[in-house]
Design a protein around this ligand. Sequence first.
Ligand SMILES: [Zn+2]
Length: 265
Amino acid sequence: MIATSMMPSLSTRRLSMQLSDTKKIRLNVTIDDVSPHTRSSIVPVLEYKKMLPGKKITLFIPTAHWRTVRQEVATQYPLRLSQNEQFCQQLLDLPSVLFECAYHGEFHGRPFISDNDELMGLNYDEACAKFESMLNEVKLAGLEKRMTMIIRPPAWRMSAAAIRAARSFGFALALIDVDYAKETYAGEDELENDVIYSNLVYPQNDVTKIDCDSSICYHASNWDKGLLSQQALEQLTTVLNRDNVQTVHMSELLAEKKKKSYELS
Ligand SMILES: [Zn+2]
């Protein structure tokens, strides 16, 4: 006679069936505006590291973060990476296997016009000058090897000419598929297979309802409602600790996208 304790109970069997049937989901967690700004700093990233050991994340960094319009968050000068050694060292100290660093404009805004939309109104030459300046700043700061060639435009908007210019520098694109942003791309984004579109933005979308491979956007700026706050981190922790959810970098999603389109062609 077989001891009943050796037999998996019906509920255990059901559960293991459910687990093996559960779809694997890859989640790219991203955080924008990580910078030397005291109110938009690396702190939420360090909290993520503490609360979610072993989980991946992509950081989007302006190379000379400069808010000029809203007085509470404005600074007198641009916060250039090369002039903020401690911040750069903190980035270098993060293990690159887990923390991917990518580009989020130079200033983030258009000085004394807007704190956003830096890449929205640029023509091709202006965009090339902007990217040249960003890459020089990263070089000066000694972060060249730490940065991945992916760019996300501040406030998502980017002119078609800026998209063409970014591609000529070898940038892949981190964009969003919503009307107000898509209009500025004017179809240019769809011409190449080098774009990852975020499909979740905190707090507008509920990350706990995730049911497919996704890229979610949080913010480091503590004036933004999308801040990766302690509460947001706790919610994210419940999602990332699910057995079927795996964190990936944006560059991994891009590589897979390219591979798939190669196989189809
Ligand atoms: Zn931003």
